[in-house]
Every structure is written in structure tokens, then in C-alpha cells.
Design a protein around this ligand. Sequence first.
Ligand SMILES: C[S@@+](CC[C@H](N)C(=O)[O-])C[C@H]1O[C@@H](n2cnc3c(N)ncnc32)[C@H](O)[C@@H]1O
Length: 617
Amino acid sequence: MQKQDILKQLDQLNEQQLRRLLAEHLTSRKLGLVWEADLIARDQAVNANIVLPKLIAESSCLPENSQHASQSLIIEGDNYDALRLLRTTHRGKIRVIYIDPPYNTGNKDWVYNDRFVSSTDKYRHSQWLEFLYRRLVLARDLLTPDGVIMVSINDENRSKLELLMDEVFPNRRLGSLVWRTRDSTSAKSANFSDVHEHILIYAGEGFSFTGRDKTQKKYKNPDNDPRGPWNGDPLTLAFDRFNRKNLYYPIHNPKTDTWYPCDENSVWRYASEKNLKDGATVRTETIEEFIKQDKILFPQDEVVKTWISMDELLADIDAGNIPVTPKRKRPLLSRDTPDLDFWLNKKVGFGRPLFKKHWKDLQSHTNPLSSWISRLTEEQDDEDVVSIRSPQAGEGSELIQELFGAKVFQYPKPVTLIKELIHQASKPNDIILDFFAGSGTTAHAVLALNNEDGGNRQFIICSSTEATAKEPDKNLCRDVCAERVRSVINGKNTQKALGGSFAYLQLDLLQSADALFELTPEHATLMLRLREAQAAGVETNEEVIVIASNDTLAVLVCPVVSKPAIKQLLAYPCERVAVYSDRPDTVEAAFIKAGRVANCYNLADSLIRTQKQVSGK
Ligand SMILES: C[S@@+](CC[C@H](N)C(=O)[O-])C[C@H]1O[C@@H](n2cnc3c(N)ncnc32)[C@H](O)[C@@H]1O
């Protein structure tokens, strides 16, 4: 509603009504992020026009004579339009989104309503949030139920973006990673040296990281345990005896009648039957049950001592002749140990019991650690830990310099970092989307990863031209992004040809009223191909295009109905067919005459209807 209309309505209220309304307004604040946004403009923007794709064959990189071409796409244009298009064609089909949006630095790196937003703009933060909100809401609908979105952001804007993400993706926050971008200090700030960024991660139910396959290195079977190889795991937890009273008790080895004191700062992991109150249950077996199952590994060849009198015990405590923790050598008995008498006249072991963790009981993989991306140079030999590893930010710029012989793009992300993120977040046949593609690092990373692990991941990336009034001919998407991806596919200026392909699309925006006249069969067939997640292939002279087919059903497009085309349609070896064409009545009549049934649709109508449906009109 416009402000004037609201004022008119308010004029009609009496004082009491106004006061009540004001009180309601003042108390109806919500927890979360608030920014200035024109909701009417937001709504109109989604439905302003219809977005249709146009294949630019000369900018594409498609295998010659390929029927199937590529599902990977580079889309030139404003990502808002690209996302509106993808909502029709790829709704619920994308498993991984990675974006590296403009960071709201006030630099000239993003355009809002056709103008740069400067650092002095009063509404800079609101405009940035609204800009991202509109795009994230569209992107949300593209994700599969178990899909994940990862967003790079600098430290300054992390909190705002995180609240925005919470709003768009409620209950889907998984965590965040911290990426150290460089070693050297930054000249920007007098206090802090700005050397890290964040990657926020939001995922749907069912998502899991690839993790890392466990290696059997540490698992051995020296005692021929019929359960197979095992590793001795600490039996302790990071809680003290005051926080976990029930887990602070002496462990007894029934075979040797030896007793082991508990560390008061790191209690035992499992409860003892003796400490359980009547009827109490525990989540896992008790220590006594584990001992019976031979899951507790008691030390052998250890020092064992028996104190006959308290004086003897206290003397050894003072002299440090008592059991200690293995790493920090903290004493396990002290003058303050409760029930010190208990330790008299008993065999006390100086070793530490361990838990026998069997290889066969392990999960197949470990998850990556949140919060830290370690450097490639850092050692990482702990099998239970997966840190995402990456070089410094400079790797991205060096690569661009190598490929183009000049720094044609500022601050690209390192391929290694994005490749590692995609490796952790995707499966080998997933579609990966980046709608702030810039120089195309995400596509490069997808191709490099496929090349490494034989995967068949597809990428969809969107990049703007970055053309301005000063540089009207600039086309970052075509000349840097697509060019880079083409180079790495073909191995130009790189060590290795990674292989792969992509279709290059531009976007046509048609006003709804004109769409029926301006829509071409090329638009329509391409759109349908994309919708069916099929290839956006080279333009074709085929009379009948197969969009999708299985044993019982085929979806066919017949851009221009003619006698030979109808013959081909009738000859298609499938029980049921759906045909999109410019003359559905003629096609239907031909099928009826042949004693067959076909679902016949008007190509142009169905395209327009689909786009309207997804935009909620
Ligand atoms: C931080 S850069 C991304 C860099 C990229 N990760 C790389 O490694 O090359 C953000 C990019 O988003 C682009 N961009 C900004 N607004 C856009 C929009 N509305 N549609 C498409 N791209 C946009 C900018 O032109 C810039 O290239």
C-alpha cells in the first residue's frame, strides 16, 4: 500500500484507535533483521516480465555434432533474471549453491536499480540486504530438499548476512567456516589486520558432507580379536567430577583384580552400574557390560602398587609416586581425592584402560571440522579430523594472470578452496550453481573436481557483463568468465585440458502481453530442454526434438508442424507421447486418426503458463 493511501485511512480513525494502533506497532517488533524495503516493488519485480533463454552458439563450448550437448550453462545477465528463469527450469534440482556476492564494501562492485551504491549512501546496507534477499528467495526454490548453500562473506558483513540467511533459510543453518585469506598484515586497519573471511553454510534435512574415508592405518589386530582390527581410544570425557558425578568412579579389572583411579578433570566416558540409581537407564552399555564384552583394553606390563597404610600412600602422593594422566602427567590421586581410604590394600594400576574401537563399528567417513580452513602447508595426519584445506587468496589472481596474461579480474577465489568445498558438499552427479560467478572460479573448480574423481557434476553459473556507461562494451561474462572456462576445458594456457562443455545463454525479457508474438520456437525449445534438465544444445533443424523419454513416455517438441514432422511423431516408438508444438490440434487429430493417444500442448502457451505459475500469479 502507498504511503498516501495509508495516511488517508489513518485520517478516518479516532484518537483511541490511533493510540491502540501505535501501541501495537511499537510492541510488534520481531527478533531478527530489519531493513528498509519496498514490498510492492519487490512483488512487482518478480512478475515484471517473462525471461526466456537464447543460446549463443559462438560463445558456447559444445562438442561437435552432439545431440545431447551440455547441461552446464553460463548465463550472461543480471542474476535476478537468471534465477527467475531457473525457477521455471531447475526448481528443486540443484544440490549445491556456492556464491561469493559483492561484499557491500562501497566499492563499485555491484549495481542496484541500475546504479552503483556508494559507501556514503544512507540506505547502502538496506539496499544490499534487499538485493541479496530477492535473489536468495528465488535461489531457495532451486535447491533439492537435501541441498546446501554456501556463501562467502567478509568479517564486517557476516553478522548482517547471517541474519538474512536465517530469515530466508530458517532452521537450516549448519555452521560456518573461517578462511584465512593471507599471512601478511593488512594496511586497511590500524587495530586489526584483516586476514580472514567466512563461508556460511545452510542445508536442508538429509544433507551430509562427503567427509573423508577412514583409513585403516591405526587399526590393528594383535590379539586376533574375532571382531577384526581395532584401535585403543581414550575412555575419558572432557567433564570434571563436579559436572559428571556419576562418571567419577574407580574402574576394576576383574581378571587381575587391579583398580584404576578416575581423572577428576576428565571423567570416564561410560557409567558404572554401581552409580546408577534404581531404574535409571543409560544411552550406551555400562562399563561393567563393556568389560564383559572385552571392549575395555586393560594395560599390560604396568607398574602395580599396593599401599598398606595411609602414611605410605600420602608419602607417595607427596613424592609423585602415583598413577598420572598419560599426556599431561597430572596426578590421579591427591590428598583431596574423595574416599582416599578406598585405595588402601588394593592392587592399583599405573596404566590407563582404553576403549577397543573396532574398525567394523566405525561410520564410513568423518565430517569436516567447522570453523577452520587449514592451510595447504599445515600438517594433517589425524585420521579423525577433516579440515578443509586451502591456499591463500592470491592463488586466484595468479591463475587469472596465467590464463589471460593480465589481471583481468580482481579478487577471484582460489580454485582449490572452491573445489574442496564442492567436493565436501556434492555428489558426483549433482548440479552446482553460482549466480555471482565473476571470473568463473566455480565452473573451473567443478571441472577440475570431475577430472580428478571421474564425477559428472554440471555447473550453472551466472555472471554480469559489468558494462557501464563508461565501458558500454565490457562483457565480463563472455570475455573473462566463459573464456576462462573454455581455456581450462581445452587446456589453453593451462597444464592440463580438463574436458567438459557448456552452453552460453543470454536472456530475453519479454513483456507478458507481447510474449505470444515475440516468443520464437528457439526460445521455446531451449526452455523446454532446460526444464527437462536436458542439454541446451546447438540450434537444430530437427523436426522432432526429444526432450525426455523412457520406456513408456516421451516428451517431444515439434517446433513447426508439417507432414514429415507428423510422420516422425507417429513413428516415435513409445506407447504414450506428449507433444509440444505450434499446432496442437493438428497433431492431436493425426494421432486420433492413427488410433493412438497423444497429449498435445501449445508450445508458447505452456511456456508462459509455467513461468506465471512459478511466479505465483
Ligand atoms: C565477488 S565477485 C565473485 C568472484 C568469483 N567468486 C570469482 O572467483 O571470480 C562478485 C561478482 O558478482 C557480480 N555481480 C554483482 N551483481 C550482480 C548481478 N546482479 N548479477 C550477476 N552478477 C552480479 C559482480 O560483477 C562480480 O563479478
